[in-house]
Design a protein around this ligand. Structure first.
Ligand SMILES: *[C@@H]1O[C@H](CO)[C@@H](O)[C@H](O)[C@H]1NC(C)=O
Ligand SMILES: *[C@@H]1O[C@H](CO)[C@@H](O)[C@H](O)[C@H]1NC(C)=O
Ligand SMILES: *[C@@H]1O[C@H](CO)[C@@H](O)[C@H](O)[C@H]1NC(C)=O
Length: 344
């Protein structure tokens, strides 16, 4: 008997070796390996963004994996992101940054990312993102009184930012802060007339008194001493005037820079790059010369990935026609993956 078993094993072994390697099972959008790739991609995207806020992963929409060889894969991901409350200059870890709620007028980011995974190490080969605020109709439907995002160059918004910064600088005279960019703004009409603004600032080499005497001589601190911060302010205009402004300086963060629109680093209200929009576009922000802004031909397979998913769904449906044993739970669809925050 033992001899027979050994004989069978001997016979089977070479056959087994000769059999072609089974194709790896398709990976779903919520597969831990895909989630790890998406998290890597989100860190990359935030790290290469120079304006506005950091984004958090909301959903993995689509994935396609090309096996290049042992321990070598190319991954195409289609990601839905949501804007967080952390400005890109804010050093808070992303997990501690809260996602803007739907009622705060959410901004969604859509990204196509091409990654390579070699021996467990990810690298981003290409990425393409854009972001857009949720439509006013969507918000109105759920929340008729929620304030909507205002244009960043709206006259009332600029007035609120200017008043808030002057107010803060007069109450904190040691370091004169200068505006870097307005991050977002909302205008509200009921029950009070109010403008809420958020803006990024940086410390200059002046005190408030020096700025008052000669503003033109005040410069942003040099890169090795840079000190960025962020302000939020609410300016009520009706029924009575009121202003609350709060700023937080993050302290010097080695290696963190802010690209200046134009060469004007003198203090005062520097118009932020781009005007006439309500949110900083992730596409504009995302300007890594090597890996971003790549042509859409870098992502040819995402469409076909969709048809792959459709085919998989069709196969599942086909499979469902076969009678299943009692208690059979059909497998979840591979993509899109779960929604982490909310659907917009
Ligand atoms: C981030 O959140 C974790 C867990 O809630 C907390 O322990 C940590 O102190 C937070 N870090 C910052 C910088 O807020
Ligand atoms: C700030 O820096 C500029 C440029 O280096 C210099 O001209 C100016 O005197 C400095 N201002 C103060 C108050 O140190
Ligand atoms: C805002 O910017 C847009 C585009 O540059 C411009 O058309 C519009 O007049 C600006 N609005 C204000 C209030 O400056």
């Amino acid at each position: 008997m033992k001899a027979l078993v050994a004989f069978i094993l001997l016979v089977q072994l070479p056959i087994h070796r000769a059999a072609p390697a089974a194709p790896p099972p398709p990976l779903g959008c919520d597969d831990p390996e895909i989630e790890a790739a998406a998290e890597f991609a989100v860190i990359y995207i935030n790290g290469h963004s120079h304006h506005g806020y950091r984004f958090a992963l909301n959903r993995i929409e689509q994935v396609r994996v090309l096996f290049q060889g042992p321990n070598n894969e190319i991954l195409f991901l289609e990601l839905d992101l949501l804007e967080t409350t952390c400005h890109i200059l804010n050093p808070t870890p992303l997990v501690n940054c809260s996602v803007r709620t739907f009622a705060e007028h959410a901004v969604e980011g859509d990204c196509d990312v091409k990654l390579q995974k070699v021996n467990g190490q990810f690298s981003v080969l290409a990425s393409k993102c854009h972001s857009h605020a949720d439509s006013a109709e969507d918000i109105r439907e759920v929340c008729p009184n929620c304030p909507l995002l205002a244009n960043l160059n709206d006259t009332d918004v600029l007035a609120a930012v200017s008043s808030a910064l002057n107010d803060y600088n007069s109450k904190n005279p040691d370091v004169y802060l200068m505006l870097l960019e307005i991050g977002r703004a909302v205008k509200q009409y009921h029950p009070v007339q109010m403008v809420s603004v958020e803006f990024a600032v940086a410390a200059t080499n002046c005190t408030s008194q020096q700025a008052k005497d000669n503003l033109a001589a005040c410069q942003l601190l040099p890169e090795d001493q840079s000190n960025f911060g962020f302000c939020t302010a609410k300016m009520v205009t009706e029924p009575s005037q009121d202003l609350i402004a709060e700023c937080q300086l993050y302290g010097h963060q080695p290696g963190v820079t802010y690209p200046h629109p134009g060469q004007d680093t003198s203090a005062g209200l520097v118009p932020s790059a781009g005007q006439g929009f309500t949110n900083h576009n992730l596409k504009i922000s995302h300007n890594n010369p090597v890996a971003s802004e790549s042509s859409s031909s870098e992502f040819p397979s995402l469409l076909s990935a969709k048809s792959v998913a459709k085919r998989a769904a069709a196969e599942v449906a086909q499979h469902d026609k076969v009678p299943h044993p009692v208690g059979f739970v059909p497998p979840p669809p591979l993509c899109p993956g779960k929604i982490r925050h909310f659907k917009i």
